[in-house]
Design a protein around this ligand. Structure first.
Ligand code: GLU
Length: 298
């Protein structure tokens, strides 16, 4: 456990409006930070322009404010940080912890695990395209507050993974690690769909000499047919529902027992006094059955 003052964050990608799945992460990260006497930051992860939906960053921020979640500091936009990401990639290349790779998608095995083809140099006649981190064969263990003890090996999940893409854009894994350290984040609360990324992020933190934050991976809201309730699928934007009802449903989803039908202010007062992470279901995924609080969302 980190002993420093708690700094939490919510880090949405602006690829669509705030939906129930991301609302759960926002509420969980906000309450974990605030109930520990800490602060809560907001970071817009706009590093992949082709996937962005125009105006969604502003709408997400506005929805969070309407819901009563105001960040403790200016919003950080990852699009303003390209120079820092480039310097970080360059320093990993210079220290030999990362290497240029000439492979394209069609050179990779079906498993998606990179076999290390360019680890010891680019094959003759090929040109560098992307940059990969050498994950070595390290296994990685950490304790997640909700999911318990996790033992993963980046070598088995992804192999040496991309930190800078062939199109020059920076990978999520790199940007998230650089910015969590830059913002002094001590606590990463997010959906358990990102649990598999965590060992890669810890690998990068070690390579860069950054401290590891605590991890809290919340269950992910699924659709009835087994897909993540995402921005593009079966979701009603949060903005279409009364804010108090949205918050109530998110709290119920997270295993809390909020009073029904009360005002947004009263609900926040209740949540800030009664948030109990021990009640969050110890699951990676939750499916919508009629008894579940978020059934009327989907
Ligand atoms: N930007 C990521 C997303 O919207 C979340 C990143 C994180 O919380 O680490 O899925």
């Amino acid at each position: 456990m980190n002993q420093a003052p708690v700094i939490g964050r919510f880090a949405p990608s602006p690829t669509g409006d705030l939906h129930f799945g991301s609302l759960v992460s926002a509420v969980g990260s906000f309450l974990e930070a605030k109930c520990a006497g800490g602060s809560w930051l907001l970071r817009v992860e706009d590093i992949d322009p082709p996937r962005e939906v125009a105006g969604s960053a502003e709408r997400i921020i506005n929805d969070l404010l309407q819901l009563g979640m105001t960040p403790d500091g200016p919003v950080l936009y990852q699009s303003s940080r390209y120079d820092v990401y480039q310097q970080t990639v360059n320093s990993l290349l210079a220290s030999g912890l990362a290497y240029p790779c000439a492979c394209s998608r069609k050179d990779l095995p079906e498993s998606g695990v990179y076999p290390g083809t360019c680890r010891n140099g680019i094959p003759p006649g090929k040109k560098p395209r992307s940059v990969r981190l050498n994950v070595k064969d390290d296994s990685c263990e950490f304790t997640d507050k909700i999911q318990g003890r996790v033992s993963d090996s980046p070598a088995g999940i992804s192999g040496d993974f991309i930190i800078q893409r062939a199109d020059g854009l920076f990978a999520y894994q790199l940007a998230v690690v650089v910015d969590d350290a830059f913002q002094g984040v001590t606590q990463v609360v997010r959906g358990a769909d990102l649990l598999d990324s965590t060992s890669r992020q810890i690998c990068l933190q070690k390579a860069l000499g950054y401290p590891a934050p605590d991890y809290v991976h919340l269950p992910v809201a699924m659709s009835a047919d087994g897909r993540k309730l995402g921005k593009r699928f079966q979701t009603d934007p949060v903005a279409n529902k009364p804010p108090a009802r949205s918050l109530e449903l998110a709290l119920l989803f997270l295993g809390q027992q909020p009073p029904a039908n009360c005002s947004l202010d009263r609900l926040w007062n209740w949540a800030l006094e009664n948030w109990n992470s021990n009640l969050v279901p110890r699951k990676r995924e939750i499916f919508p059955v009629r008894e579940h609080s978020y059934f009327d969302w989907v």
